[in-house]
Every structure is written in structure tokens, then in C-alpha cells.
Design a protein around this ligand. Structure first.
Ligand SMILES: CC(C)(COP(=O)(O)OP(=O)(O)OC[C@H]1O[C@@H](n2cnc3c(N)ncnc32)[C@H](O)[C@@H]1OP(=O)(O)O)[C@@H](O)C(=O)NCCC(=O)NCCS
Length: 334
């Protein structure tokens, strides 16, 4: 019997129906479909109806995962939610999702790591399964990015969409599951991508509203360069220390922030298109939801099967950097 590992045994997602195309954005800000497609790879993004909270879409993704696994919410031990758009500063969105889905015996908390949030939450949840303390951990990545997007800022409003994804982690002793993770943060990058208003440093005032401080601020080029370097560095590092190279990877599941960032890492690892998931054209950057949405795309396209070596990687505000290496365990998918 091999060592006990935390394995993804179910996946669920929720993508809002409403679509905003690049042509729609052309009517709001000074941009073009051509600029957005060539600079980012994005063609459209899905957005929630106004007033829809992150806990609402997170709960739908969690319920989808549980339904596919064929178990009830009362079996869940722990809920870890990655988000930068919590319903409110407190209580944690994990509590609100716990209540919405009726996970009566679960405890939970939120992880704030922006675009690396899902990868961090996955690693955190995995620890409780590996130690044997819990048998069923729900990891949810959900963001309503439209709640913090400034539709007067063309450099950020074209990038993001809303969505949620969830995975169930359970113990496996058949060689599948999470093999390793490699995470790092560099807080000196905090000024390049953030939402300055609403926290203890700049509590909400008329002035913070007037200065549009409750929206995403980004110095795109700086983030871009950092992401290109770190995506590839961390991916290489985690492969090397597990005695793998790019050729061993069956599927590269990257955070979907910009097609050019994904392709730079792809080329550095020498991966063919068939091994790289790209769905940014459909959803944009959905922050904590991109990784589960990319897993959904891989499953829909039948590109991942039991035993495959899967490399997951993300870079986000913080800066945060994360990668997870796993042997796919198989989930029921119809
Ligand atoms: C945001 C991003 C797409 C911008 O692409 P870029 O090639 O770096 O573009 P720049 O920011 O240098 O801007 C180039 C020009 O396009 C303009 N521009 C910016 N947004 C535009 C838009 N939506 N439409 C048209 N022009 C735009 C800029 O004003 C600038 O014009 P100027 O040269 O006259 O000053 C890119 O930097 C990026 O993807 N960064 C990383 C984002 C990211 O990953 N964020 C999340 C972290 S996970």
C-alpha cells in the first residue's frame, strides 16, 4: 500500500449565464476586440446578475461537486474557500457556503491569495486529508470580480469574469493524489496589483469612494513580467525536485490570466498544445475559479485520466506564486 495522499475525487463548477463580449466592452470603454484578443486571448467573460454574492455561486459549485460524487453535504468535514471578493469582510464566505449547502458538521475558513488562491486552498485542504484528520474536504474557488471592477479603467475591466469551482479532497492510497506543492510570496509586489480601499488602512469614506479606491488597481506590465518568470520558474522547480521533466507532464493546468503568460511557460517546459489547458477566451480571468474551470475544460475534452501527471500553477496579487503536482485520481464526469 502506498502512502496516503489527498486526491481530487469530484469537481463542480458554476458559470453565470450572462455573457459580456469584447464588442460589449467596446461600447463602454475605449478599447477594441482586436486589442483584447491579441494582448490577452480573451473573447468574452461570464458575469453574474447584479446582487449575486460569491457565496451563492460558490455554493452552486460545491453542490455540483457533491452531486457528481453522490454524497450529501452533511458528510463534509471542512470547507476552505479561496476568494478576493468575499460577501463581506466577515464572516468568512466559507461560513456562508456551509450554511447555504447545509454542511452541518463542517468547519471552514477563507484563504486570501488572489489568483493563487485556489492552489493555496488546495494545498491547505490536502494537509488535513494527508494527516488523516479529515476524510472529506471541500475546496472552493469563487469570485465575483465584477463587484470590484472599475468600468472606467480599460486596462483592468476587460480582463476579468465571474465564476466558481469546487473540488472534493479525499484520501487515496493507490499512488494517486497530490504529490507536492511549491508556494512562495513576495509582499514587495503588493503595490502592483491590489484593491486599496475598504480595509483597515483605508476604511471606506466618501473620499475612498470618490478616488475609486474600492476597485482593482494594476500595473499590468510589471505583473505580466513577474508572472511570466515565476510561472516557469516554479513549474520547473517542482518538477525537478520530484525527478520529473516537462516531458513527464500529461496536463498543464495554468491560472488563466493572459494567454501570453501561459504560452511562455508552455514553451519553456517544451509542452505541446495537447498538454496545456487554455480556456481564457471563454471566461477571462475568474481569479480563484480559473483552475477548477480549467479542470472542467480538460474533463470535457477528455484530456485527463487516472494516473496522469498534472501540474497546476498560478501567480497572483501579493505577489503570490503557487504550483501543485498531482497524479490524477479520476472523477465521475458526464
Ligand atoms: C493587462 C495587460 C493585458 C496589458 O497588456 P500590455 O501589453 O502590458 O499593455 P500595456 O499595459 O503596456 O499598455 C499598452 C497600451 O495599451 C493601452 N491599453 C491598455 N488597456 C487597453 C485596452 N483595454 N484597450 C486598448 N488599449 C489599452 C495602454 O493605455 C497603453 O497605451 P500607451 O502605449 O498609449 O500608453 C498585461 O499587462 C497583462 O496581462 N498583465 C498581467 C495581468 C495579470 O496577469 N493580472 C492578474 C494577475 S494573475
Amino acid at each position: 500500500m502506498s502512502q496516503r495522499r489527498a486526491a481530487i475525487t469530484a469537481l463542480g463548477t458554476h458559470v453565470p449565464e450572462r455573457v459580456v463580449t469584447n464588442a460589449d466592452l467596446e461600447k463602454i470603454v475605449d478599447t477594441t476586440d482586436e486589442w483584447i484578443r491579441t494582448r490577452t486571448g480573451i473573447q468574452k467573460r461570464h458575469v453574474v446578475e447584479p446582487g449575486t454574492a460569491t457565496s451563492a455561486i460558490g455554493a452552486l459549485a460545491a453542490q455540483d461537486a457533491l452531486r457528481r460524487r453522490g454524497i450529501g453535504a452533511e458528510e463534509v468535514d471542512l470547507i476552505v474557500v479561496a476568494t478576493v471578493t468575499p460577501d463581506m469582510l466577515f464572516p468568512a464566505t466559507a461560513c456562508l457556503i456551509q450554511d447555504r449547502i447545509g454542511a452541518k458538521k463542517a468547519w471552514g475558513f477563507d484563504v486570501s491569495a488572489a489568483c493563487s488562491g485556489f492552489v493555496y486552498a488546495l494545498s491547505v485542504g490536502a494537509q488535513f486529508v494527508e494527516t488523516g484528520r479529515h476524510r472529506k474536504v471541500l475546496v472552493v474557488g469563487a469570485d465575483v470580480m465584477t463587484s470590484i471592477i472599475d468600468y472606467q479603467d480599460r486596462s483592468t475591466c476587460v480582463l476579468f469574469g465571474d465564476a466558481a469551482g469546487a473540488v472534493l479532497l479525499e484520501p487515496r492510497e493507490d499512488g494517486t493524489g497530490i504529490l507536492d506543492f511549491a508556494h512562495e510570496v513576495d509582499g514587495s509586489g503588493a503595490g502592483y496589483l491590489n484593491m486599496p480601499g475598504g480595509g483597515s488602512l483605508h476604511p471606506a469614506t466618501h473620499e475612498t469612494v470618490d478616488k475609486r479606491m474600492h476597485y482593482i488597481k494594476q500595473q499590468g506590465q510589471h505583473v505580466f513580467k513577474y508572472a511570466v518568470r515565476k510561472f516557469a520558474d516554479t513549474s520547473e522547480q517542482i518538477l525537478l525536485r520530484n525527478d520529473f521533466t516537462g516531458t513527464d507532464v500529461d496536463l498543464f493546468v495554468a491560472h488563466q490570466a493572459n494567454i501570453r503568460i501561459i504560452e511562455a511557460a508552455q514553451h519553456r517546459m517544451g509542452l505541446p498544445d495537447s498538454k496545456v489547458v487554455k480556456n481564457i477566451h471563454e471566461y477571462g480571468n475568474t481569479t480563484a475559479a480559473t483552475i477548477p474551470l480549467a479542470l472542467k475544460t480538460a474533463l470535457d475534452q477528455k484530456r485527463v485520466e487516472k494516473g496522469h501527471l498534472v501540474l497546476v500553477a498560478a501567480v497572483g496579487a501579493g505577489f503570490t506564486v503557487g504550483s501543485v503536482l498531482l497524479r490524477w485520481s479520476g472523477v465521475s464526469w458526464d
